[in-house]
Design a binder for this molecule. Structure first.
Ligand code: XUL
Ligand code: CO
Length: 437
């Protein structure tokens, strides 16, 4: 039975005037925004790895959290204890979903059969827990990057035995995800890239990665899994050059495998910033290519150049990404996974609650602001107007069968075309955003 969170009750919405730090100020799950309840728009998920498995390490120091299930003991019993605590947390924090990796929930055994036995033992228990809880599974995924066998990549490893090992893990994890009613399955490469081209056959590695995507999609159809398959971009860290660098690189891979109708993207904030883009760009790029599936919400630290995976705390940073998401229909099967960890000094059980409450409130505030932005139509009308000539004669002609370089060039002369530059009015537009927050 769970005890770690025993002093904390279910978190309730109390509004902005409440001084209770263990309450929501903005996230009112049943409040209707843009025609749907907040909880159905935001589809929050707690992530098992950072919230229950990450022990508070950094490159210079060991674990700081020392939670009961992280102590020495029988690894299966500890995994069971962690599961009890995790479900107690889900029920109290009220995220409607959670996400997991195979290795977060159960330990490796001495060979793959034993690892598989451990995994399905916990999956059986999880299935029982799910039948008694309101929480649902947003997505499952396999960890094919932590163990030393994966140091040179998983599906891009020079050794096909490593490829096969990952295939076995992903097969089991997809089947478990389906059995638990998971709505998506995520592929995050981790080490699908290379450290030095001196020892790398890039063409073969990229072909193998495309082959892996194809095997995953074939298996999805074979078992009748209705969830979305998602690929998560990340530019580097752990590997120097990753084949799944950003949304554009992931889409190139997906298209190489001919799977653009089968695989969408799971876009993470801190991965977007590490790639030299921002979250808004990655979201807008995915939407423009009909590829947005789900998001991992967190943030980096501008003073630290690595994936710090902090909880979001600034509504302004989410405003435009949310505007793009919710003005384009929002999430269907996807959602908003807190792939975020509390800081190494935040060692109390309450700290996990403060972090999620803050993240959920910040997202709720941004959603409330976005509702106004969408209803006011100020930005959408501006853009519509800026591009309006594409719906008129010349714009239509360029896209018509008659349009070719010659006929278009002839028009420049016959119609005396002399374009007049127009202001982009960036500052005017930036000022508009101010009024929504
Ligand atoms: C790693 C990361 C992963 C994926 C799932 O940076 O974001 O946790 O979300 O493997
Ligand atoms: Co992630």
């Amino acid at each position: 039975m769970s005890s770690y969170f025993k002093d904390i009750s279910k978190i309730q919405y109390e509004g902005v005037d409440s001084n209770n730090p263990l309450s929501f100020k903005y996230y009112d799950e049943d409040k209707v925004i843009l025609g749907k309840k907040m909880k159905d728009h935001l589809r929050f998920a707690t992530c098992y790895w950072h919230t229950f498995t990450w022990p508070g390490l950094d490159p210079f120091g060991g674990p700081t959290f020392e939670r009961p299930w992280m102590q020495q003991g029988d690894p299966i019993e500890k995994a069971e204890e962690k599961l009890d605590e995790a479900f107690d947390f889900f029920d109290k924090i009220t995220t409607p979903f959670f996400c997991f990796h195979d290795r977060d929930i159960s330990p490796e055994g001495k060979n793959y059969s034993e690892t598989q036995k451990n995994f399905f033992h916990i999956i059986d228990l999880m299935e029982k827990k799910l039948s008694k809880s309101k929480v649902k599974l947003l997505w499952g995924t396999a960890n094919a990057f932590s163990h030393r066998r994966y140091m040179a990549g998983a599906s891009t490893n020079p050794d096909p035995e490593v490829f096969a090992y990952k295939a076995a893990q992903v097969k089991d994890c997809m089947e478990a995800t389906m059995r638990l009613g998971g709505q998506n399955y995520v592929l995050w490469g981790g080490r699908e890239g290379y450290e030095t081209i001196l020892n790398t056959n890039m063409k073969l590695e990229m072909n193998n990665l495309a082959r892996f995507l194809e095997l995953v999609v074939n298996h999805k159809h074979k078992i009748g899994f209705k969830g979305q398959i998602l690929l998560e971009p990340k530019p580097h860290e752990p590997t120097k050059h990753q084949y799944d660098f950003d949304s554009a690189a992931c889409l190139a891979l997906i298209r190489k495998a001919g799977l653009e109708n089968e695989i969408h993207l799971n876009i993470e904030v801190n991965h977007a910033t590490l790639s030299g883009h921002n979250f808004e760009h990655e979201i807008a790029y995915a939407i423009a290519n009909n590829a947005l599936g789900s998001i991992d919400i967190n943030r980096g630290d501008t003073l630290l150049g690595w994936d710090t995976d902090q909880f979001p705390n600034n509504p302004l940073e989410l405003l435009m990404p949310f505007y793009h998401i919710f003005s384009n229909g929002g999430f269907k099967q996807g959602g908003l996974n807190f792939d975020a960890k509390i800081r190494r000094q935040s060692i109390d059980p309450e700290d996990l609650f403060y972090a999620h409450i803050g993240g959920m409130d910040v997202a709720a505030r941004s959603l409330i602001a976005v509702e106004k932005m969408i209803n006011d139509k100020e930005l959408s009308s501006y853009i519509k107007n800026r591009y309006k000539k594409w719906d008129q004669d010349l714009g239509k002609f360029i896209h018509s069968k008659e349009g070719n370089l010659e006929t278009i060039a002839n028009k420049v002369i016959s119609e005396n075309i002399e374009p007049e530059p127009q202001s982009g009015q960036q500052e005017y537009l930036e000022n508009i955003l101010n009024k929504y927050l």
